[in-house]
Every structure is written in structure tokens, then in C-alpha cells.
Design a protein around this ligand. Structure first.
Ligand code: ATR
Length: 279
């Protein structure tokens, strides 16, 4: 008689919209590679229904979810407990159902970026000059892990400078971040420039002063998708040493979520290769 398979553990991602998410592909590959018996599905939940529907998912048997836009802040309010990095980010992208049925919220976005920069791209981050464009939720999520790398300088530039200053003030206990608007960013050139604005989504690139990019600069757009973004085109036009999009961060943050849920750390290289080939 055929042996009955154990029922797979259920996971998924909640967002709105969510149809184009790569997460089922990524976690499906991780599960196969690590021989984990699980399913991973998409859950499209409207903002007004987030709390009710997310709790329903957990009472109906889900073991964990990823949370993406626009629910990351709501998820921070939903969970019973948060890790230090999620508390800093004020946003949760991973929820774990714990043994006592309480919900733990974590944020793996920042560590995902750092792993991509250090492990995949081979960058040495300590004592570097860092410039971040944007002062929204995406920036908040990556700030603490970037500060951990002990930068020589860290500047946040934003269209609305008061948001950059507010963010700098919120992290003052960790680092003396400089905050300004785009036109006031000063050289010398930066070692790493991260685009964390959503300007690319509108096909825009903020106007930046000259002298910020050199032939040694790495320019990283958190956005991913086919082809160039206005930011990557800008960086290329200034002969940046490397110009990258956020595919690696996407895979690395997923790997960290997978590790939280399953206690196994998947190898990300084959997944990243498959993803960028497919996308
Ligand atoms: P997210 O959670 O993705 O960071 P957000 O909190 O809405 O989203 O923040 C979006 C960021 O992109 C902000 O820094 C925003 O600048 P403002 O604070 O001035 O709104 C920035 N942004 C969005 N559209 C932009 C554009 N066309 N040019 C420059 N910056 C833009």
C-alpha cells in the first residue's frame, strides 16, 4: 500500500495587488532544494480587511506569511511580538505562528539587502560613504542594517526634506545621519547609492547634483523588473562601477523568512539565477 504523504505546511504572501509576486516561485524552489513539504500561496487582501483576513488565515492553519505592500505597517500592529529589527523598521514583512499560537513579526528586508551586497555582489561595506534616495518605508527598513556596517558617512536625500530629517532623528541613537533634499547632496562621490524612492514606478529620476557618482560607485535600485529603471540609466550615464536592481535583495529576504519558518537556510544562488533568467 502507498505510504500516505504528510499534509504540507501552509505558507503564503499577503498583499494588494499581489498577482505578479515572485514569492511563490522563490519559496517553491527553496522548498524543493531543502526537501521541505510545504505549500506557498498568494493572498490578495484589501487594506480594510487586512486584520480580519490575516487572523483568519492563521486560524485556518497557515504557519507563516510574508507581508508586502501595502500591509507592512498594519502587520506590525497585528502581531503579538516583534523582533528588534522589525521594531526599528516599524514594519513587518514576515509573520511566524509560534508554538503557543502567538504571532511573531520580523523584518528581513534590511538583512536581505546586506546579504545581496556582501555575499552576492562581494562588496566590502565597512567605512564606506553611503547615500540613500528616499525617506519612506523602504528606507526605514534598510537603515539599521546599513548603519551596522559602520559607514564613514550616511546621507538620506528626499524630495520632501522634512521626512528625511524625521528619519534621521529616529535613528540618532545609532548614527549621525545627514538629511537633505536632492539638490543639496554634496560630494565627494559615494561608494554606494541606494534608490529607495518609488520614483522609478512613475518613470522618474529626481534631478541630482553633479559629482556624486564616480567610477568606483555602486548604484543599487531597490526596485526590480525587466530592463533599466530611470535610476539605473542615470547611474550608467555617469559610468558607475556597478549598477544593480533589487532581485538579489528579493531572494535574500525570502531566504531569511524561509529560515525563520523552517530552521533551514536555502542556497540562494540557483534561485537568483533562475529568477533573473525568467524575469
Ligand atoms: P515606500 O514604503 O515604498 O518607501 P513611501 O513611504 O510612500 O513608500 O515612500 C516613497 C518614497 O519615494 C518617498 O521618499 C517619496 O518622497 P516624498 O517623501 O517626498 O513623498 C519618494 N518618491 C515618490 N515619488 C517620487 C518622485 N517622483 N520623485 C522623487 N521621490 C519620489
Amino acid at each position: 500500500m502507498a505510504k500516505l504523504q504528510d499534509k504540507p505546511d501552509q505558507y503564503g504572501v499577503v498583499g494588494h495587488p499581489i498577482a505578479h509576486s515572485w514569492s511563490p516561485f522563490i519559496h517553491g524552489m527553496f522548498a524543493k532544494e531543502c526537501a521541505q513539504n510545504l505549500t506557498y500561496r498568494l493572498y490578495d487582501i484589501e487594506p480594510a480587511d487586512f486584520r480580519r483576513e490575516a487572523l483568519r488565515l492563521f486560524t485556518s492553519g497557515l504557519r507563516g506569511v510574508n507581508v508586502t505592500l501595502p500591509h507592512k505597517e498594519s502587520a506590525a500592529e497585528l502581531v503579538n511580538e516583534m523582533t528588534a529589527r522589525a521594531t526599528r523598521a516599524q514594519a513587518v514583512n514576515t509573520i511566524v505562528l509560534q508554538k503557543d499560537n502567538s504571532l511573531l513579526g520580523d523584518n528581513t528586508d534590511g538583512i536581505g539587502l546586506i546579504r545581496d551586497l556582501q555575499d552576492n555582489l562581494g562588496l566590502e561595506l565597512a567605512h564606506k560613504r553611503l547615500l540613500i534616495l528616499g525617506a519612506g518605508g523602504a528606507t526605514r527598513g534598510i537603515l539599521a542594517p546599513l548603519i551596522d556596517t559602520q559607514p564613514a558617512a550616511l546621507v538620506i536625500a528626499n524630495r520632501t526634506p522634512v521626512r528625511a530629517r524625521t528619519l534621521a532623528a529616529a535613528f540618532r541613537d545609532l548614527y549621525d545621519i545627514q538629511a537633505c533634499e536632492f539638490k543639496d547632496v554634496q560630494g565627494p562621490p559615494y561608494d554606494l547609492i541606494v534608490n529607495a524612492t518609488s520614483a522609478s514606478l512613475q518613470g522618474q529620476m529626481p534631478e541630482m547634483p553633479a559629482g556624486l557618482v564616480s567610477e568606483d560607485s555602486v548604484c543599487y535600485d531597490l526596485a526590480y523588473g525587466r530592463g533599466h529603471t530611470p535610476f539605473t540609466l542615470w547611474a550608467k550615464s555617469l559610468y558607475a562601477a556597478r549598477v544593480c536592481k533589487g532581485w538579489g535583495m528579493l531572494v535574500e529576504q525570502a531566504a531569511e523568512s524561509f529560515y525563520l519558518w523552517r530552521g533551514v537556510r536555502p542556497d540562494t544562488h540557483s534561485v537568483l539565477e533562475a529568477l533573473t533568467r525568467k524575469a
